[in-house]
Ligand binder design. Structure first.
Ligand SMILES: [Fe+2]
Length: 223
């Protein structure tokens, strides 16, 4: 089955038709997108943007997608996503960890393993087409998000209903990586987001009691 036709409506229609004809029953189990404010966003915003601005990264994305989906992001550092010593990451990480720990406590997990973190800078008209990620969870930190910036959209895997995230600058969202999502064409002059992938572990909390939350970045456990 070709999932991505010429238009989004066509592939969603195809998915809905396919699922109702192949005898696979869906059992609804609620899932969620988590939304929070990043700890002390106002204090780190300009410092991170300054480092991103002077990052000589010449990477762009687009044109090599296997699907018939337009994709263009003007500046990003995806190929360095597992290097946690980049200047902007070093500023962001302590704040990210504080917010992450609230997320983990909220969801009942014991441990996370941060695999990748990268920025994406969208100029007017830039877009990141429909896609999924690896790992357990992904997310978006809206670092520079002026009025008119395009908002993250995702499809619920249960019924393929489309959701648009009502985010404000300084917000961060977390959602399972299998959710099909996109950054629609940007309508502001510039928006800058931080994306990340991480795995979570329940670590047998139900049996062994509440364990302290552990963070692992690039395989190392952080105290
Ligand atoms: Fe994504």
């Amino acid at each position: 089955m070709k999932l991505f036709g010429k238009s989004e409506e066509r592939w969603v229609t195809a998915l809905r038709r396919y699922r109702s004809s192949k005898g696979i029953k869906r059992i609804k189990v609620s899932d969620c997108v988590c939304q929070a404010k990043i700890f002390d966003h106002v204090r780190i915003r300009d410092k991170i943007l300054f480092e991103i601005e002077r990052d000589v990264c010449s990477e762009t994305s687009g044109g090599d997608e296997p699907y018939n989906v337009s994709d263009r992001v003007s500046k990003l550092d995806w190929t360095k996503a597992d290097d946690f010593n980049r200047p902007w990451v070093k500023i962001f990480l302590p704040h990210f960890k504080k917010t992450m720990n609230s997320f983990l406590a909220e969801m009942g997990y014991a441990l996370y393993d941060l695999d990748q973190m990268w920025y994406q800078q969208y100029l007017e008209g830039d877009t990141h087409g429909w896609h999924t990620h690896g790992g357990s969870y992904t997310g978006v930190y809206y670092l520079e998000f002026p009025a008119g910036s395009s908002k993250t959209q995702l499809y619920s895997p249960f019924d393929f209903k489309k959701h648009t995230i009502k985010a404000k600058e300084g917000d961060i969202i977390f959602f399972p990586t299998h959710f099909i999502h996109r950054g629609p064409p940007n309508t502001s002059e510039k928006k800058t987001i931080v994306s990340f992938n991480f795995k979570i572990d329940f670590a047998d909390r139900a049996v062994s009691g509440v364990k302290p939350i552990q963070e692992r970045v690039d395989g190392y456990i952080l105290e």
